[in-house]
Design a binder for this molecule. Structure first.
Ligand SMILES: [Zn+2]
Length: 414
């Protein structure tokens, strides 16, 4: 595989910045990082005025139906790793095959989440797409009942080689409905079994009472931030007790309440995004899920994230991008999320970028990525300007490499 040198760039290494540095890539890995010149005879890419960052990690997507757009579009937007948070095993297999063809973000997965009969997300999926195909796909989902069925579910996922376990703890409160919710005994058994196999267990919840319950069952992280109320001291204490993180999915939550519509439209029509997505993706990004508009307030999520951050709870950037989750777009929603972290939740740009690179890698144990450091995968994002001063510059993308291979839309342009 080719080796090349990127030089005369600012480097954000996942945590800290080097004002003027060089990175040598060899055989898909980062071979050397330096604040002085690196001696290299081969291909040299000199980019003054540009910043090199670790490829972004989106800790929450759904490549629903094995959608072939999800992984290439993510990569074009600088997202080199995505974490799928519920999918069918056969769709994961299809996506893995697609990755072999190149030009795709890398995929981490739970495979099937720990679903129960007519629990989240079955009712909402059927509300929007009740077709024979959807019902056939849904027939393959777990329908967990007893704690032992939950333990077997985890062992089945371990046999598949999953990267973490995803729980669904949704009462329906935010949607003004009542859904079947897994028992606390079942959730506790799943989390315990996951821990016995060295896996993190992260959970969906969208209201505060569900959030507290699932943390009390031992969850290692939340895949949303509650919208119905501000985070309370007991919930913060539960996060701290578990050493749990929060992936608030602010952009998707703004689509749930519709308060995010204006920024969704602005980003969907941003000139920098146009060549990286098609009309269908753009149209979806401009629509709103709107199922939480009477019960939720995005300000609750913004203010809760501030409180959690102040308490030292790790906050991770992740989008929940999925084709049924209108208001989102694979890849682009990560930039949306970064903007919300900085503009609404009091993060410095460097803190937000850390929450999209080194921090999620550390939280999930993806030890080969998330940082620009010797020996790491050469998953890299090159942008013009300085996103550590102005986070909006992350969309001024000039190149994306995954394992040292340039994403094809940037070929001939670097
Ligand atoms: Zn999700």
């Amino acid at each position: 595989m080719a080796s090349f040198l990127i030089t005369d760039v600012r480097i954000f290494d996942g945590e800290n910045s080097i004002d003027h540095g060089s990175v040598l890539v060899q055989d898909g890995r980062i071979a050397q990082v330096s604040s002085t010149q690196i001696d290299h005879r081969g291909t040299t890419i000199s980019k003054p005025g540009h910043t090199l960052l670790p490829g972004l990690i989106d800790v929450h997507i759904h490549a629903d139906g094995g959608n072939p757009v999800a992984l290439p579009q993510s990569l074009r937007f600088g997202v080199t790793t995505v974490c799928d948070m519920h999918n069918e095993d056969f769709n994961i297999a299809r996506l893995r095959k697609q990755i072999e063809g190149g030009d795709c973000a890398d995929l981490k997965t739970t495979s099937f989440a720990a679903t129960i009969d007519m629990g989240w997300p079955m009712p909402i999926v059927l509300m929007h797409h009740d077709t024979p195909e959807v019902r056939a796909e849904m027939a393959t989902w777990p329908r967990l009942t007893t704690p032992e069925s939950g333990r077997q579910y985890v062992r089945d996922r371990v046999a598949e080689g999953v990267d973490y376990i995803k729980l669904m703890h949704e009462s329906g409160k935010l949607l003004g409905q009542t859904f079947n919710k897994p028992s606390l005994e079942l959730q506790t058994a799943i989390i315990d079994e996951a821990h016995q196999h060295g896996l993190k267990a992260v959970a969906h919840a969208t209201c505060l009472s569900d959030t507290l319950e699932i943390l009390q069952c031992g969850a290692d992280g939340l895949t949303h931030c509650a919208l119905d109320a501000l985070v309370t001291d007991d919930v913060i204490a539960a996060y701290k007790r578990n050493n749990a993180h929060c992936n608030p999915t602010l952009a998707a939550m703004g689509s749930l309440t519709t308060e995010g519509a204006a920024l969704q439209a602005k980003l969907a029509h941003d000139p920098r995004a146009q060549a990286l997505m098609d009309d269908e993706a753009r149209g979806r990004m401009c629509a709103c899920m709107a199922v939480g508009k009477d019960t939720g307030k995005i300000q609750h999520a913004y203010d809760s994230v501030k409180s959690l951050k102040a308490a030292g709870v790790p906050i991770l950037v992740g989008s929940d991008a999925a084709s049924p989750a209108v208001g989102t777009a694979w890849g682009l929603s990560m930039h949306h999320e970064l903007a919300l972290f900085v503009n609404e939740c009091g993060f410095s740009p460097a803190e937000a970028l850390n929450a999209a690179t080194a921090l999620p890698a550390a939280r999930f144990g993806f030890m080969d990525r998330g940082r620009i450091r010797e020996g790491m995968r050469a998953d890299l994002l090159l942008v013009e300007g300085n996103p550590v001063e102005d986070v909006d510059r992350t969309l001024d993308i000039r190149a994306v490499w995954k394992e040292g291979r340039l994403c094809s839309v940037y070929e001939g342009k670097v």
